[in-house]
Design a protein around this ligand. Structure first.
Ligand code: SF4
Ligand code: SF4
Length: 191
């Protein structure tokens, strides 16, 4: 596999032009300017015309501008709150078993109407590896990989241990991901 790496030529001999130093400095400045001015002009054009897509620069002005997240993106795993306001989770424990780093723990209980639900559900976001296996294992579409990438960092790891209330998100806020997993993960083309 060594062939795929570039070798550093340490015994390089500089030409007279390179040894003059100043021309090489000027060449470097020309390369920088060749990137800087087209970016500057395209940014000014986008600002004047109000069309950000005209900007050539590859960066965005986060957090004023947010990136477009691909629908396959696996962000913070969350629990789905159904249209009736209840958690869709039936506390079967499959996500807990499927989770490779074992960052999910839950206990199940029974409602008065005889349906099962998680009395406690804890997910350690500091341990999660965003593999999505909990989502795949869940028979109820009750846990999904949301597109949330902004609430993943804390200075204190203990704040990344999410309880059930912190994990529950109304299903209408997760429709893009739910649509995606129905079309791409459970559809026949995957079997
Ligand atoms: S995404 Fe993977 S690591 Fe994170 S909770 Fe789900 S199964 Fe566990
Ligand atoms: S989230 Fe899904 S897999 Fe996990 S316990 Fe609830 S119903 Fe079962």
């Amino acid at each position: 596999m060594a062939g795929q790496y570039k070798k550093v030529n340490r015994g390089v001999t500089l030409t007279l032009w390179e040894r003059l130093y100043i021309p090489e400095v000027l060449r470097g400045i020309m390369i920088t300017a060749g990137h800087f001015f087209p970016n500057l002009i395209s940014t000014a054009k986008a600002y004047i015309t109000g069309k950000p897509e005209q900007r050539k620069i590859m960066t965005i002005y986060y957090p004023e501008e947010l990136p477009t997240i691909p629908e396959a993106y696996r962000g913070r795993p969350v629990l789905v709150r159904g249209a009736d306001g209840k958690e869709k989770c039936v506390a079967c424990g499959l996500c807990e078993v499927a989770c490779p780093p074992k960052c999910i723990s839950l206990t199940g209980g029974m409602r008065d109407d005889g349906t099962r639900y998680p009395t406690t559900y804890t997910l350690n976001g500091a341990v999660c590896i965003f593999c999505g296996l909990c989502e795949e294992a869940c028979p109820e579409e009750a846990i999904v990989m949301s597109h949330d990438y902004q609430n993943l960092c804390e200075y204190d790891r203990s704040l990344m241990v999410y309880d059930k209330e912190a994990l529950l998100i109304p299903q209408e806020k997760l429709t893009r991901r739910l649509d995606y997993i129905r079309r791409r993960m459970y559809s026949k083309c995957n079997y």
